[in-house]
Design a protein around this ligand. Structure first.
Ligand code: S3P
Length: 441
């Protein structure tokens, strides 16, 4: 188990960070669309974290040739076409990735062969009924374990073609929407997904880029997917990873930090609006248009923050940033009110519980609710120790909280950071932050 030790220190941040890695959601989708296209696609600024590497391995196991160069953060995929995947020899393993298992299941539902897909301990506890229901309604057969929900391993017997569907998802989830839309590539008629409130739209954008006729969330099954360009496609850097440094920069005195090349898709970057409303001095400079998704530079200056009530309708747009938003809330005046965020209970860990743990251990006041929390700032931050529960975003939030509070912290079970942000510690060290790492215990 990796243990990270952050000694009490006063950080002084350098003015620029240009090494936030590529977007995780877009990297997964790049592998999927590149694999199913007619022709080859080259991507740059690919995230080679454990989650995305597992998705690459899965498509290799399904017979796709993918050349990777992790040092250059590049990959070239020789697409096999919509109907070119081969039956894999083994069970497919997504590791820790909910996006991996749900999106790939959508693709597998439309194949003529049977597959089995699973992942690590955390994945085996994550609810899959949310994709099993619509994919079964489209004609595929998916079975897993469990009585109240369905848990991996999932056995999937595909059907060709799948039936057209208008599916209303009970949860606002890009993973559910994407599973159904990807299955829609193999449907015999139009596929529409509606949801209680809009979730991130990377799949819809990727479908457009690969020539699928899609209007909002209604798509027409295409004859084929066509790569948008023979030129390399640029994946913006991950806003969710950048968020840790946005909050750190707001909280560390005398900071004026610019993060370059960060994804600015409005369904992902809403944390900026929330932090600005809390008094954050943040300026965004969009770069020129990009084939895949918009990106630009984010400049952050130290700010005095005051807490707010987060509007419930933006929760899906900040769902991955709520742990680090809570860290900002710990060092702000007033009460941070978060509601309508029950989905946090079924992420890589129960993140509401993790936020409560973190807030209490550093000396904050927090009230736990089923779908959120009320958090009031910490007066005198305490040295603390925190178990990440194998959740990358909680581990990184704990580290940022320690640095903002200038306290000594020990964070247990930190290997998980590699699932999304492999160079996180390297960036901290480039910022001359002292980080102890014990890999032996
Ligand atoms: C993701 C969707 C979100 C998000 C996850 C990535 C995606 O999950 O939390 O980190 O790439 O589609 P849900 O769809 O469960 O909200």
């Amino acid at each position: 188990m990796n243990i990270i030790h952050i000694p009490a220190q006063s950080a002084h941040l350098q003015p620029v960070i240009s090494s936030i890695p590529g977007d995780k959601s877009i990297s997964h989708r790049s592998v999927i669309f590149g694999s199913l296209a007619d022709g080859s696609s080259t991507f740059k600024n690919v995230l080679f974290s454990e989650d995305c590497v597992n998705t690459i391995r899965i498509f290799q196991a399904l017979g796709v040739t993918i050349h990777t160069d992790p040092d250059a953060q590049e990959m070239t995929i020789n697409g096999v076409g919509l109907h070119g995947l081969k039956s894999p020899a083994e069970t497919l393993d997504v590791g820790n990735s909910g996006t991996g298992i749900r999106l790939i299941s959508g693709v597998l539902a439309g194949q003529s062969f049977a597959t089995e897909i699973t992942g690590d301990h955390s994945i085996q506890k994550r609810p899959m009924k949310r994709i099993v229901d619509p994919l079964s309604q489209m004609g595929a057969t998916l079975t897993g374990s469990g009585t109240t929900d369905t848990y991996p391993p999932l056995k999937i017997q595909g059907k060709t073609p799948l039936d057209a569907i208008h599916y209303h998802s009970p949860v606002a989830s890009a993973q559910v929407k994407s599973a159904v839309l990807l299955a829609g590539l193999y449907a015999n008629g139009p596929v529409t997904v509606t949801e209680p409130s809009q979730s991130r739209d990377h799949t819809e954008r990727m479908m457009k880029a690969y020539g699928v006729s899609i209007d909002g969330t209604t798509m027409q099954p295409p004859q084929k997917l066509t790569p948008p360009s023979t030129e390399p496609l640029w994946i913006p850097s991950d806003f969710s990873s950048a968020a840790f440094f946005i909050v750190l920069a707001l909280l560390v005195p005398n900071t004026d930090l610019t993060l370059t090349g960060i994804g600015l898709n409005p369904t992902r970057a809403t944390l900026i609006d929330i932090l600005k409303e809390m008094g954050g001095n943040i300026t965004v400079t969009p770069t020129k248009n990009n084939t895949l998704e918009p990106y630009g530079d984010i400049r952050i200056k130290t700010s005095r923050l005051h807490n707010i009530t987060v509007p419930e309708n933006v929760i899906p747009f900040i769902i991955d940033e709520i742990p680090i938003l809570a860290v900002a809330g710990l060092f702000a005046t007033g009460t941070l009110v978060v509601r309508g965020a029950k989905e946090l209970r079924v992420k890589e860990s129960d993140r509401i519980h993790g936020i409560i743990d973190l807030a209490m251990s550093i000396g904050g006041n927090i009230v736990e609710l089923e779908d959120g929390f009320d958090l009031t700032g910490v007066r005198r931050p305490l040295d603390f120790s925190l178990h990440s529960k194998g959740d990358h975003r909680l581990a990184m939030s704990g580290i940022i909280a320690a640095l903002a509070g200038k306290v000594d912290a020990t964070i247990l079970d930190c290997e998980c950071i590699n699932t999304s942000f492999p160079n996180f510690l390297e960036i901290l060290r480039e910022q001359e932050i002292v980080v102890g790492l014990d890999e032996t215990r």
